[in-house]
Design a protein around this ligand. Structure first.
Ligand SMILES: [Mg+2]
Length: 249
């Protein structure tokens, strides 16, 4: 099968089984910029691969909890979720949900930011933060320097996911959450492969045995990755799957 066949086709059944051997490692995968296209919609080509991943699949995202939980549900997979950049860790199989972070301080940062005349940049409905439990996100249209200054004054930090500025506790990260969730599952976090695109994936890359950045990744993710794919966004994820497949063949 050529790369083009793989990227353009939707392998199924035996063909996909051949593409995804059982020896593939457990995987921690980001959503935005990694499984999506530039328009933030899921790339449909990633769906059969994620559905059929033969090992553990953890969805690790900066998004709030309902999004990755729904993704697991619609992929027909166990709920294995790292949300809010590590602030929320959900293990469906062990019925465990853990929270790390300081929502009160994140709220205080946003209030101080507003008091200085800035806005979070979201519409009044604010579905970005509505279900957020441990951190808060601010639009990248809003100015970053005052947000970083105020966060620092409250002992928090700001991470840029490429989609929003997230005000979070400095000790909360996707990487720490991967250790927590792997431990919950009785797995070695260092056995994981990780695929991502941004600064908030660096900590995951540092924990995982194999770290692959997609071609659209920011400088921080590229620097932390073992490999950077030629393809971007969802096509980059498929390239990453090829690299992992080659490494276990
Ligand atoms: Mg991302």
């Amino acid at each position: 099968m050529t790369r083009d066949d793989h990227e353009m086709g939707l392998p199924a059944g035996e063909e996909l089984t051949e593409l995804l051997p059982d020896s593939l490692p457990p995987l921690a995968v980001d959503i935005d910029g990694t499984l999506t296209g530039p328009d933030r919609g899921l790339d449909p080509r990633v769906m059969p691969v994620c559905r059929s991943w033969p090992s553990t699949l953890i969805v690790a995202t900066g998004k709030s909890m309902p999004y990755p939980v729904a993704l697991c549900e619609f992929l027909g997979r166990e709920t294995l979720v790292i949300a809010e950049n590590g602030g929320v860790v959900i293990s469906g199989p062990t019925e465990s949900i853990q929270f790390e972070g300081s929502p009160e301080r994140a709220q205080a940062v946003v209030e101080a930011y507003r008091a200085e005349g800035y806005t979070t940049g979201w519409p009044e409905t604010d579905l970005v933060n509505r279900w957020r439990e441990t951190e808060l996100a601010v639009s990248r249209e809003s100015p970053l320097p005052p947000l970083e200054r105020i966060a620092d004054e409250h002992g928090l930090t700001v991470v840029d996911t490429g989609y929003a500025y997230h005000v979070k506790s400095p000790d909360v990260s996707k990487g720490n959450a991967l250790r927590t969730l792997a431990g919950e599952l009785g797995l070695d976090p260092e056995a994981f492969a990780a695929v991502g695109d941004s600064q908030n994936d660096v900590s995951t890359f540092e924990v995982a045995n194999r770290a692959i950045a997609v071609g659209n990744a920011d400088d921080a993710a590229r620097a932390a990755a073992d490999r950077v794919t030629a393809g971007t966004y969802g096509a980059g994820f498929l390239d990453a799957v090829h690299l992992l497949r080659e490494s276990v063949d």
